[in-house]
Write a protein that binds this ligand. Structure first.
Ligand SMILES: [Zn+2]
Length: 81
């Protein structure tokens, strides 16, 4: 089921909604159906995150010995998700 970002034209509220078939979601704030579907940002974000992780991993692999252990600790401290 696709998850889309919507912007409400009536109250400018932005929200995400799961869309099943041709069903039109309503604004959770004002119940308006006058919505604008925004570009699918989550896909773009995950692509960016993936390439960042790849770059981070490559950089880490180039480090050796104590420096590598230090970088590992820094990486874990900054990426605890
Ligand atoms: Zn609204």
């Amino acid at each position: 089921m696709p998850l889309y970002d919507y912007s409400c034209r009536a109250c400018a509220h932005q929200f995400e909604a799961l869309v099943r078939g041709a069903k039109v979601p309503v604004c959770p704030e004002c119940k308006s159906e006058d919505l604008e579907r925004l570009l699918s940002m989550p896909v773009v974000k995950s692509e960016t995150t993936r390439s960042l992780i790849k770059r981070e991993t490559k950089r880490r692999d180039q480090r050796q010995g104590a420096e590598q252990a230090h970088a590992q600790r820094l990486y874990e401290a900054n990426h605890d998700d």
